[in-house]
Design a protein around this ligand. Structure first.
Ligand SMILES: *Cc1c(COP(=O)(O)O)cnc(C)c1O
Length: 459
């Protein structure tokens, strides 16, 4: 039985000579790898006493496997979750100007590190420094790979291996892999926790500051909220205390709002306000509320930022030309805060009003009802969040299309397997579709996915 099965497995040569494989437009190494993979599987199956299919069936399987190797792994998805800064979906989409800048930087050569006036070596910092200094009011700026890297470098340089005093309520974990205590350990500073989980007073800091203290650290609680019996020390009080002891204050704000003028930001302080309040250094992400590429932005006093820029680790954490191009273009959009709300996709999505979403939802629901008789989508008010560790205390009013279905999880899975995949939310047994982060020209694809999913997962 087993010998029989093994004998029926075709040779590599014979398989490669079959029609689907001879004319297959896949590079030879991939084609051969696909053959090897399928033959391995067949041998395993034959040894277990399983059937070996006929040659054409095997050839088709190899062709499919070879083609799938060429399919891109990173693909566009439609974000119908309503969460603008979805870390798993790549956080912030770029503004058209930023996309154009990336393409240009990627395609050819640039003055990345060349001073065009003198013809001598320039600094890659020059392209972003002026913008960041202007927009935050800080003396100097430095951009690194992401905010985790920014915090690491800042702790390394400002802490100098001594103690960092931080409130117990701020030892946050973000996205499972950024744990403040771990980063602190790696950066060589010793963690000194003060206060309790829910309350930290200025006196708690005062008691902890001593000859071994290197800096005071304050971390924005970016992905959770604390309510009830809570006490916290404002930035200006903390900075006054740090200053009186000759210590620097490092603020990790994460989300990095450049202008908090819009009500959706709920009074969240801007980076400029935190710099004014006396922080020595502020760090934040480039791809949260700034709406740019992944980056970690460090702004603050010249002595600290320059020390970070010349630290050997700065080279290991530096950003590439495409990030610089995208970030420069994004910062230009922020030059006028009102314009930024229009031009920066994340800001536009966060500030879009439920009223302006409603007509689009009604049209989508109408088209869906027409395409799938029996389905009864309803338009309802909901709340959403910014996501990505931003604005945790500010639920955002939205309006969604809710689809009642006995198996919403299967519906959600089916939408995810569509091309392009569609991501939606499930809430209280209903599938929710939010158009806040869906471009108008994606609506037809979204409808197609919904129709296909509802037909595939018939109740
Ligand atoms: C998001 C966040 C980080 C991590 O930033 P990345 O850019 O993802 O590395 C660190 N600290 C705070 C407070 C954050 O909100």
């Amino acid at each position: 039985m087993v010998q029989d099965g093994l004998r029926r497995i075709p040779s590599v040569h014979r398989l490669l000579g079959t029609e689907p494989l001879r004319s297959l437009d896949v590079p030879a190494p991939l084609r051969e790898a696909a053959v090897a993979g399928v033959l391995d599987e067949l041998r395993r199956r034959a040894r277990a006493g399983g059937d070996v299919p006929a040659l054409p069936v095997i050839a088709d399987a190899v062709a499919a496997a070879a083609r799938s190797m060429l399919r891109p792994s990173l693909v566009r998805v439609i974000n119908a979750t309503g969460i603008a800064l979805h870390t798993n979906l790549g956080r912030s989409p770029l503004a058209p100007a930023a996309v154009a800048a990336v393409v240009q930087a990627a395609r050819g050569y640039s003055n990345l590190e060349l001073d065009l006036q003198t013809g001598r070596r320039g600094s890659r910092r020059s392209h972003l420094g002026r913008w960041l200094e202007r927009l935050t009011g800080a003396e100097r700026a430095l951009v690194v790979n992401n905010n985790a890297a920014a915090v690491y470098l800042a702790l390394r340089v400002m802490g100098m291996g001594r103690e960092a005093v931080v409130s117990r309520g701020e030892l946050v974990e973000i996205g499972g892999s950024f744990r403040m205590p771990d980063i602190m350990r790696e950066s060589g500073v010793k963690l000194v926790e003060v206060g309790s989980t829910n309350r930290t007073r200025i006196a708690d800091y005062e008691r902890a500051l001593g000859p071994e203290t290197g800096l005071v650290l304050k971390v924005h609680r970016s992905n959770f909220r604390m309510t009830g019996f809570v006490e916290d020390v404002p930035v200006d009080d903390l900075s006054a205390l740090a200053r009186s002891r000759g210590l620097p204050l490092l603020l990790d704000v994460g989300s990095g709002l450049l202008d908090g003028g819009h009500p959706v930001f709920g009074g969240e302080p801007s980076v400029a306000a935190l710099v004014r309040a006396g922080a020595s250094v502020v760090t934040f992400s480039g791809d949260k509320l700034l709406g740019g590429p992944q980056a970690g932005i460090i702004v603050g006093e010249a002595r600290w930022v320059e020390a970070m820029a010349s630290h050997p680790m700065a080279r290991a954490l530096r950003v590439d030309k495409m990030t610089i191009a995208a970030l420069e273009a994004t910062l230009r959009c922020h030059a006028d805060p009102r314009q930024a709300l229009e031009q920066v996709p994340v800001l536009r999505m966060l500030t879009v009003t439920p009223e302006s979403l409603r007509p689009r939802l009604l049209r989508l629901a109408r088209r869906l009802r027409r395409a799938v008789p029996g389905v009864a989508p309803v338009i309802q008010e909901e709340t959403t969040e910014a996501g990505g560790g931003s604005l945790p205390e500010h639920p955002i009013a939205t309006v969604v299309m809710a689809v009642e279905h006995p198996a919403p999880e299967r519906l959600e899975r089916s939408l995810r397997s569509f091309s392009p995949p569609v991501l939606a939310r499930i809430h209280r047994g209903r599938l929710l579709v939010d158009l806040r982060c869906v471009a108008p020209d994606e609506e037809s694809e979204l409808l197609g996915a919904l129709v296909a999913a509802l037909k595939e997962v018939s109740p």
